[in-house]
Design a protein around this ligand. Structure first.
Ligand code: N01
Length: 548
């Protein structure tokens, strides 16, 4: 593994706008991509970042209870033993402020900030074929030019705020969880309405309920959740991680989801009903995403999945004291883990509080926001001083299609992706030479522990650019046929699982009105994906056109 010895990259005057590579976004992926291209390949690189600090998704998602559901010792860069040795996580799951501290620690250690333009939002990126350059313009009108354009914009970075009539008349304050104010929000004594019960809403509701006078949760689709069982990390565990990191890294890089545990090889039907309950109970007590790894067929066989689903529904009915509320929370219509499976701290328990109420807005949909709260179709009014939209994101494609990207002959990315995202290996779009997308649609990305998926992409892109330079090549572009075949493979991989059965899922784009319904991430697993990408590289980049 890499030991960090910084190259002596000479500081450039700020006026320089011509680079070998431009990277959009300074989250986990943009930071590592900057490090590899600048410090390993010696390229001139500029990162453009809309925020005034590093962190990407974690910069914006500062909502109450924001915490990652990957375990901290795995939610970090694994490429450098020095970084592993010198950083200490405090809890089993890292909280948002700790992740931001970690990313700043990495940015400072690798001296990344001098090559990041903060407060710089990209307005357009256009490919100039004769010059073989990307021209990027920012909202402030600055222009940058580079041979390679790398989008590191994150999968969950474009807030989805439902277009509800009357929002502009609301007399109180409203917030989207993904655009949370840095100074925080004081809920003390306030009546709060939270819309949304995805991973975010499941984290925020218990925290909001602790200080608000009253919390009304508007639930459209009930959701499964398993206890996170967060806790401080012991000194022994932290030492164990440092001593065993090579094994941990090797597990993360060779499993389906990039987590530091393996999915067991046993089927739900290899064990008796009693043994199965014991296994689920043990996983429930241990907590976290490992629940999903209890059996190998939970995500591929409906009957197997039903056993996990029923176990969790039973738990919900046991925890929630009011039977009508318990029934609404457990009336879940999709297979377990077919939507991103949340983990929680006291989510279902929160509905036992006197100041918390659950309202089913599938049965009685939201009709309008009024000056004093939310009105439902039945005419029922729910008063609020604050509305929290935990309504998710225009995921995976939203940030890319809103950036004014145009490829060869001015082809807009929005046009190329009219019928849904279409690319090769999730890395390149035909007609957009030298543009790479980190963890975009068509790659395992959101189905994985993200830093592991990010490292695989960044390293592949870096090796690809190194290869081009060594061969004296200036251009790489996905071939249309290869992209067609890859899209088919992405569809087939999804069909082999129960994932497409969650019809409301953002994996399918179903949460954004008018968005094409296409299953976006590659569900064949990170290990398989890695070997496909490696094979493509080893055989001279099959499926890509390389040119001078
Ligand atoms: O967003 P979501 P999220 N009226 O889209 C509801 C990651 N993440 O921010 O399901 C009423 O999952 C919507 O209802 P429905 C993780 O990958 C990770 O929670 O569309 N309701 C749903 O309940 C996650 O999957 C972590 O029927 C409306 C909710 O809003 C991803 O981010 C933490 C509505 C949106 O759920 C997104 O999670 C948080 C409307 N008009 C997030 N529109 C961790 O690492 C939407 N909804 C722990």
């Amino acid at each position: 593994m890499e030991s960090i010895a910084l190259r002596d990259a000479a500081p450039r005057p700020r006026e320089t706008t011509e680079f070998d590579a431009l990277i959009i976004g300074a989250g986990f992926s943009g930071m590592y991509q900057l490090h590899t291209l600048r410090d390993r390949l010696g390229l001139s690189v500029q990162v453009l970042e809309a925020a005034d600090g590093v962190g990407g998704t974690w910069y914006w998602n500062r909502y109450p209870g924001a915490r990652c559901d990957s375990e901290s010792h795995s939610y970090c860069y694994s490429f450098s033993d020095d970084l592993i040795r010198d950083w200490e996580w405090s809890e089993r799951y890292p909280e948002q402020p700790e992740i931001i501290r970690y990313l700043n620690f990495v940015a400072d250690r690798l001296d990344l900030k001098r090559d990041i333009c903060f407060n710089t939002r990209v307005a357009s990126a256009e490919y100039d074929e004769p010059a073989n350059r990307w021209h990027v313009t920012t909202e402030a009108g600055e222009r940058f030019t580079a041979q390679y354009l790398i989008t590191a914009v994150g999968c969950l970075s474009t807030a989805n705020i439902p277009d509800l009539p009357g929002l502009d008349t609301f007399a109180g304050d409203w917030y989207h969880t993904g655009l949370w104010p840095h100074e925080g929000v004081d809920f003390t004594g306030k009546r709060v309405i939270q819309i949304g019960t995805g991973s975010t809403g499941i984290q925020s509701a218990p925290v909001i309920a602790r200080s608000a006078a009253h919390l009304t949760v508007l639930q459209r689709t009930p959701n499964y959740s398993v206890p996170a069982r967060n806790a401080p990390l012991s000194a022994e565990f932290r030492q164990w991680v440092k001593d065993h990191f090579p094994e941990i890294r090797s597990v993360m890089r060779s499993t389906t989801n990039g987590h530091p545990f393996r999915i067991t090889d046993r089927s739900v039907f290899d064990v008796s009903a009693e043994e199965r309950l014991d296994i689920y109970e043990e996983a429930w007590q241990r907590g976290g995403l490992q629940f999903r790894a209890s059996f190998r067929d939970i995500l591929s066989d409906q009957a197997a999945n039903d056993t996990a689903a029923e176990f969790i529904k039973h738990k919900i009915r046991q925890i929630v004291k009011d039977p009508a509320t318990a029934a609404k929370l457990s009336d879940i219509d999709h297979p377990y883990a077919a939507k991103r499976p949340p983990i929680d701290t006291d989510y279902f328990e929160t509905f036992n509080r006197d100041n918390v109420e659950l309202v089913d807005v599938r049965a009685d949909p939201i009709e309008a926001i009024t000056p004093t709260g939310v009105r439902l179709r039945s005419g029922a009014e729910h008063p609020a001083d604050i509305i929290v939209f935990a309504t998710g994101f225009d995921a995976m494609t939203g940030a890319l299609t809103r950036m004014g990207i145009r490829g060869r002959d001015g082809l807009p990315l929005t046009k190329a992706w009219e019928a849904g995202p279409h690319n090769y290996l999730g890395l390149q779009v035909a007609g957009f030479p030298n543009m790479f997308t980190i963890t975009g649609p068509g790659s395992p990305s959101v189905l994985c522990n993200m830093p592991v998926a990010i490292e695989q992409h960044v390293e592949w892109i870096t090796n690809c650019i190194a290869y081009l330079r060594k061969q004296g090549l200036a251009r790489i572009e996905a071939l249309p046929d290869a992209a067609d075949q890859w899209v088919q493979q992405v569809n087939e991989a999804a069909r082999a699982t129960l994932l497409p059965k969650a019809h409301h899922s953002w994996y399918l784009g179903a949460n954004v009105p008018g968005k094409p319904r296409v299953f976006m991430p590659y569900a064949g697993g990170l290990a398989r994906y890695r070997s496909i990408c490696d094979e493509v590289a080893a055989t001279g980049y099959q499926g890509f056109a390389l040119g001078v």
